[in-house]
Design a protein around this ligand. Structure first.
Ligand SMILES: NC(=O)c1ccc[n+]([C@@H]2O[C@H](COP(=O)([O-])OP(=O)(O)OC[C@H]3O[C@@H](n4cnc5c(N)ncnc54)[C@H](OP(=O)(O)O)[C@@H]3O)[C@@H](O)[C@H]2O)c1
Length: 300
């Protein structure tokens, strides 16, 4: 029987929770409260990034959540991501130290390259391999890598990434990337699993919600769970944090899974192909999400 504690074994043998909390677009205060609340309600996977500017709040939320529940650090699985502007060998090592300090942690469970900055992501990943071999990271991963960039990475590095975190929701199902990840033994993790909220008003989703007596969010998340993805819906509201996690007491039939699969339009967020994300020269300044605009949130 699956539940909120269900895990998947990654390609290096470690277990990763299948369900967690995202904190993009959350201030430090909101992130702290959401993380504490989520841990209190049984979440064990937390997903942040330097780019979100809320690692300090996430770290405080982890500390409070552990204190409130009596859980230990090892009971949690914390993911953060290397910021584009820090790509490169030495700068990755420096940035990682800063991230550990902000989070108040001694190690990271999963460390991702946030975006594949061309000409830099190989050196970046080599620095991450060093940190992995030193035991400061339990699993290495990537995010927003298409199959061409994944092939380049695999050709020039030693540790096969354990996870590729990609946008995945009813209108963007990344068929080719999912197929390649399965071939390479890489777990796909869905970001924006609710389409950033947009998928919640889809008529097919709403009709299935009525049929199963569940909310639209629960239908989408349960479908993604049945599609074997790791999912990290974001909410800063306790009621939704709880609602999103209640997807383990029902099953969507294969016919209805097929209806949701048919919503795919292979439509990534427009910003994906915007040159700045992959461009080694940036500009990075306007790609920082300053939800909480203190320089300390972004320093090395
Ligand atoms: N690797 C990457 O490049 C990347 C990119 C984007 C996101 N991510 C990660 O993936 C996580 C999730 O993606 P996301 O934040 O873009 O979008 P999402 O989880 O698909 O959707 C979040 C939005 O839906 C709302 N929401 C959540 N649960 C709801 C519910 N039950 N009913 C109604 N509304 C609900 C949230 O509002 P409230 O907060 O107000 O409840 C928020 O506006 C991020 O937080 C981040 O950790 C990674």
């Amino acid at each position: 029987m699956s539940d909120l504690k269900s895990t998947v074994q990654l390609n290096n043998g470690i277990l990763m929770p299948r369900f967690g909390l995202g904190v993009w677009k959350s201030s430090n205060t909101d992130a702290k409260n959401a993380v504490t609340t989520a841990i209190k309600h049984g979440y064990t996977l937390i997903d942040t990034a330097k780019q979100y500017g809320n690692e300090t709040g996430v770290g405080q939320g982890i500390k409070e959540g552990l204190a409130e529940t009596g859980m230990n650090r090892k009971d949690l699985f914390v993911t953060t991501k290397l910021f584009n502007g820090n790509q490169g060998y030495e700068s990755t090592l420096r940035a990682f130290d800063g991230q550990l300090k902000r989070l108040g942690l001694h190690y990271i469970d999963l460390y991702l390259i946030h975006w594949p900055v061309d000409d830099k992501f190989i050196d970046t990943y080599k620095a991450m391999e060093k940190l992995y071999h030193e035991g400061k990271i339990r699993a290495l991963g990537i995010s927003n890598f298409d199959n061409e960039r994944l092939a380049e990475l695999l050709e020039h590095t030693d540790v096969v990434p354990a996870v590729n975190q990609m946008e995945f929701n009813p209108t963007n199902q990344e068929k080719d990337i999912l197929a390649q990840a399965n071939l390479e033994g890489i777990q796909l993790e869905a970001w924006s699993p609710l389409g950033g909220g947009d998928s919640l008003s889809d008529p097919t989703v709403l009709s299935l919600a009525e049929k199963y007596g569940k909310t639209a969010a629960q239908i989408i998340l349960r479908w993604e769970y049945q599609r074997d993805l790791v999912i990290i819906p974001k909410s800063i509201h306790e009621q939704r944090i709880v609602e999103n996690s209640q997807i383990f007491d029902f099953e969507i039939t294969s016919d209805d899974v097929a209806k949701l699969n048919a919503l795919d339009k292979s439509k990534r967020g427009l910003w994906y192909d915007d040159f700045k994300w992959h461009n080694p020269d940036g500009p990075w300044g306007d790609s920082v999400d300053k939800w909480d605009d203190s320089p300390a949130n972004y320093a090395d």
